[in-house]
Design a protein around this ligand. Structure first.
Ligand code: DC
Length: 205
């Protein structure tokens, strides 16, 4: 079984995907982390994330070596990740890794922006997880604050809106709900309720 979960940042799709992976015994890939790793490598190399050659090189060199996730979850890396993710050559460089992962013998769940629409168009289950900008900004702000972030909710809200704009309007594989994806709006749902709603829908398929 392949489950594709897409949605904008801080929609709750990552937490939901992890819980579904545990529940159904599937291998889980957070594809956003791949773009974050590429962005991190570009910045550590002292390059500009908008430099196509540098970003493509980092994507082609991507390996399984772990990078401390806390280093990848900062606002600066999120911003740089959405810049490298807009580059078709970066997306092409990590496409086969994602598709190979989806073929894991025990089944897989991938989350991202273009999984149902592009990476795994034949996924058995497609969910599009969303929430209002205000709710997503609040969630992300609380997460960042817990790790020592000193900015304001307004700043986080502006960053989320800017990333949405970039992710939705880029030419290659923009964020969009696949026609056959089931919409799960988590604006008014806590994670447990969202999880139960997703399981109910998946089991009904
Ligand atoms: O989900 P996230 O915030 O960790 O993703 C980081 C960036 O990567 C985000 O700006 C969108 C981009 N991304 C993408 O373009 N395609 C994916 N499948 C996953 C993430």
């Amino acid at each position: 079984m392949i489950i594709a979960i897409d949605g904008p940042s801080a929609s709750g799709k990552g937490t939901l995907a992890k819980k579904l992976a545990d529940h159904y015994g599937l291998n889980y890939l957070d594809t956003g982390l791949l773009y974050r790793k590429v962005a991190y490598k570009v910045l550590v190399a002292g390059e500009d994330p908008a430099n196509v050659e540098a970003a493509e090189k980092a994507a082609l060199d991507l390996d399984a070596s772990p990078i401390d996730e806390a280093l990848l979850r900062t606002a600066a890396i999120a911003e740089a990740a959405s810049i490298v993710a807009a580059e078709p050559r970066v997306r092409a460089a990590i496409l086969s890794f994602q598709r190979d992962f989806a073929k894991s013998p025990n089944g897989a769940i991938l989350d991202g922006r273009d999984i149902g629409s592009f990476v795994c168009p034949d996924a058995d289950i497609k969910l599009f997880v969303s929430a209002s900008v205000a709710v997503r900004a609040k969630r992300r702000f609380l997460e960042l604050e817990a790790s020592g972030y000193a900015g304001t909710l307004e700043e986080v809200s502006r960053e989320i809106a800017a990333r949405d704009e970039r992710d939705r309007n880029r030419k290659t594989a923009p964020l969009r709900q696949a026609e056959d994806a089931h919409l799960l709006d988590t604006s008014k749902l806590d994670i447990e309720t969202a999880f139960r709603a997703a399981v109910e829908w998946i089991d009904s398929r």
